[in-house]
Design a protein around this ligand. Sequence first.
Ligand code: MEV
Length: 318
Amino acid sequence: MKNRSVTVSAPGKIHLLGEHSVVYGKPALLTAINKRLTVTLSPSKTNTGFTLEGQEKTIAAFQNVIEETIKDMYKLKTIPPYTAFVSSNIPLGYGLGSSAALSAAATAALLTFLDIPWDEKSVFNISYLGEKHFHGNPSGGDLATVIEGGLLYFRKEFEFLKSFSPLPFATTIENFLIIDSGKPTESTKEMVAKVGDLEKNFPKQIAEIFNKQEVLTKQLVLAFKESDEQNVMTILKQGEENLEKLGVVSKKSQGIIRSIEKLGGASKISGAGGYQNGSGMLLAYHSDPEVIYKFAKINNLNVEKIQIEKTGLRQENI
Ligand code: MEV
């Protein structure tokens, strides 16, 4: 056990495309973004666990899952008491991968504290169970992205086989913005379950949508590789249309997205979405970001430029 503090951080993510269909074995294109969550874990006389403002209950249950998995995997009887502070500029519950970043960083910090050597794979395997706690039936795509960093092509082939490839393109597709459409009332778990119900009730129609998302996701990889801005926007637009058919985009968000399209840009939900009120952070692209900034200002919407973050999970002190 380390007798000093351990700090580990992980970035947030966005879904360029493939959210929801990725849960059903289709590919997703994701990227880590320049927002980070940091876990600082220190030995303590009393075990206070993880502290993240306003989230104590969720985190206590999540901590239990991670600890029990580590005890089981490494044949440990107990885990010495510790206290862990979580700080983050990834907004919680907006589709930017806050729970994946927390699962990965907390797992790596705890393993380091216990003097257990870890690599990306072992952190993925343990924190995937933490993600299950938050999401019920996660694809693992969010986690793979925040651990790996950069642009990532991900596919869950089976529950026991999740494959991904980093795409180190020197792309000039970089005018991405995120726009706050409001925090979804629904959790990711609920949104995944909602699509699950639809898939059960209308298997043919939903399979068709998933197939279309697969084709579009592959086309998007090529558009990125070729830095084809126009094509990126066309594909994002078509991808959004399909997400709307899945019922994961609220009327309010659809309104924002249609306005951006009219201004010559493209926009979509990124992640699980939300249908009653907000749908989380919308991803928006325009060859002239100023147009989106102006639109957001007039409509009183928070907007922010984001960048691809190359570094995934990172230990901040050795
Ligand atoms: C959530 O960020 C993305 C979903 O596709 C769920 C998942 O992949 O686990 C909706």
